[in-house]
Design a binder for this molecule. Structure first.
Ligand code: SAM
Length: 195
């Protein structure tokens, strides 16, 4: 329930739960420290279902952190359902097999918490990644983006994401954002749902 969620990522996780089903294939486009990857794995996998999570990041450190978190949190069978890729998210189509439809592509933009703040998502590659996500998303799928506006380039990236969303065809897409009006620097969850 929205008003019980303190963080933008928790709001995103709540929305994912209503969209993602066991056995789905999903993409974490910015896996960072792995918290979103773990959340996705718990949504797609159980004893009866092998859902897959494709987790991407441009930093080896991020993939190592994600791998460690998974080792601590899930059994080895479940860990094998996460496929880690050290690539830019604009290349996500190279990671996911061609015949697979994707239920969720999630972006948690910005820099790696605890890492180098200069290595962060950039509007141009984020836009290319959104285009790629649009191509591989199934009907009934979701692109979820958490945008941070407190660091340099953050506002520009928000504008780029908003203008991408505003250009999606109204018959096929429902696009919305959740903005905390009394917290101007709070991260902003944006959801692009493909009907
Ligand atoms: N989802 C993560 C978690 O749950 O811990 C947090 C993600 S962090 C806010 C943003 C991540 O995006 C960083 O780890 C950074 O290395 C990564 N990143 C930056 N540019 C990227 C790109 N072009 N492609 C993929 N990942 C990128």
């Amino acid at each position: 329930y929205l008003f019980g969620k303190k963080r933008a990522t928790e709001v995103a996780h709540m929305v994912w739960k209503h969209v993602v089903q066991k056995g789905d294939t999903v993409i974490d486009a910015t896996c960072g420290n792995g918290f979103d990857t773990l959340e996705m794995l718990n949504l797609v996998a159980d004893d009866a279902h092998d859902g897959y999570v494709y987790a991407l990041d441009i930093q080896e450190d991020a993939l190592d952190n994600t791998s460690l978190l998974l080792e601590k949190s899930v059994n080895s069978n479940e860990k094998h359902l996460v496929k880690l890729f050290n690539i830019c998210h604009s290349k996500m189509e190279n990671a996911v097999p061609r015949n697979v439809s994707v239920r969720l592509v999630a972006f948690n933009l910005g820099y790696l918490p605890g890492g180098d703040k200069e290595i962060r998502t950039k509007s141009d590659t984020t836009l290319l990644a959104l285009e790629a996500a649009k191509r591989i998303l199934m009907p009934g799928g979701l692109i979820s983006i958490v945008v941070y506006v407190g660091h340099p380039g953050g506002r520009e990236e928000l504008e780029a994401v908003e203008s991408f969303a505003a250009g999606l065809c109204v018959e096929n897409w429902i696009c919305c954002k959740i903005q905390m009006l009394n917290r101007p620097c709070a991260p902003i969850p944006i959801f692009l749902y493909r009907r």
